[in-house]
Ligand binder design. Structure first.
Ligand code: BGC
Length: 312
């Protein structure tokens, strides 16, 4: 059976595996991405990730079945030119760079590249929470907010593959500055980093003592315990994200909106609260065929979607 190496580059780590045509994942691993050093350091780590899979595949006699490498990266990707153009602020020097040729020269395998969230959305549609659907909107909520749009079963990326930066939809008029340079973006108000930033600053103002630095896990736990500041911040989070989702439903009227990212794994309440906000913000006729569901592939979605680029 055909196999491909799937690699998902993030600001902290690189996740990789061998993925079969049927979506089975083997030889899964993780390496630090060294994103705070340099683009060269990150490229080196990508080659190490590919080597790790190739080594295991050779040991099991599977290397002959490998059709190529699919790579997901944050940022705006020129998919034909296989270049990251920019927009990956959490990886040093990761702009105007050919990310595929060095990996291709190193491994001798063909390499295809796309935006990380696009590939997570593709992975979820083919093998996860969007399976069986032709029209899907996917959002990953983490340090940033990434998005993917699947129309008629195909990834929609805009002309020249430069679109679907759903996290950078303007949400708040006269809002605060986002990392992308614009103001008031959905990502700046509704990402997990935004939640942590807001909670930490209010906790400091109110003199709330915490036994460890706040993160998404701590805030969702305190929310479930009814801690008032966590409840306030989570309600704001649901409101911002829910409004963003309502907008995407009005535009695309998808069969499913799939929500991924670590924070949505906190419990069923997360999706339920989003559904509640969306119901109050969306045009009912646009939403009547749309379900909002949690992603099911966890942090494998990106690498599975990446591999599927070269398994088509
Ligand atoms: C970037 C996107 C990326 C998303 C998730 C955002 O900040 O602009 O390109 O897909 O984070 O990593």
């Amino acid at each position: 059976m055909k196999q491909a190496i799937g690699i998902d580059l993030g600001g902290t780590s690189i996740k990789y595996a061998l993925v079969s045509e049927a979506g089975d994942v083997r030889f899964e691993g993780k390496l630090p991405s060294r994103a705070d050093e340099s683009a060269e350091a990150v490229l080196e780590q990508l080659s190490r990730a590919a080597d790790a899979v190739l080594h295991s595949a050779r040991n099991e006699g599977l290397d002959g079945d490998i059709t190529g490498i699919g790579l997901g990266t944050p940022g705006i990707v020129d998919t034909d030119g296989r270049r990251v153009l920019g927009g990956a602020e959490n990886i040093k020097g990761w702009e105007q760079i050919d990310v595929a040729t060095p990996l291709e020269l190193h491994t001798g395998l063909k390499v295809r590249v796309n935006n990380d969230a696009n590939l997570m959305g593709l992975g979820e549609t083919r093998y996860g929470a969007g399976r069986g659907c032709t029209h899907v909107v996917f959002l990953t909520v983490g340090t940033g907010i990434g998005g993917a749009i699947i129309i008629d079963g195909h990834l929609f990326s805009g002309y020249g593959g430069r679109g679907t930066e759903l996290g950078h939809t303007p949400l708040i008029a006269n809002g605060e500055q986002c990392n992308c340079g614009a103001t008031g973006c959905l990502e700046h108000y509704a990402s997990t980093s935004a939640l942590v930033r807001r909670f930490s600053s209010l906790a400091q103002q109110e003199g709330l003592a915490l036994d460890r630095p706040a993160d998404g896990e701590l805030i969702t736990r305190l929310y479930l315990e009814g801690q008032p500041l966590a409840v306030k911040c989570m309600e704001e989070h649901f409101y911002y994200l829910g409004r963003g989702i309502a907008g995407f439903i009005n535009i695309f009227s998808p069969q499913r909106v799939v929500i991924g990212g670590g924070i949505c794994e906190a419990g069923d309440f997360y999706i339920e609260q989003l559904r509640r906000v969306v119901a109050g913000q969306v045009i009912p006729s646009c939403a009547c065929q749309t379900e909002i569901v949690r992603a099911t592939l966890g942090n494998r979605a990106g690498l599975v979607g990446a591999a599927s680029l070269v398994l088509e």
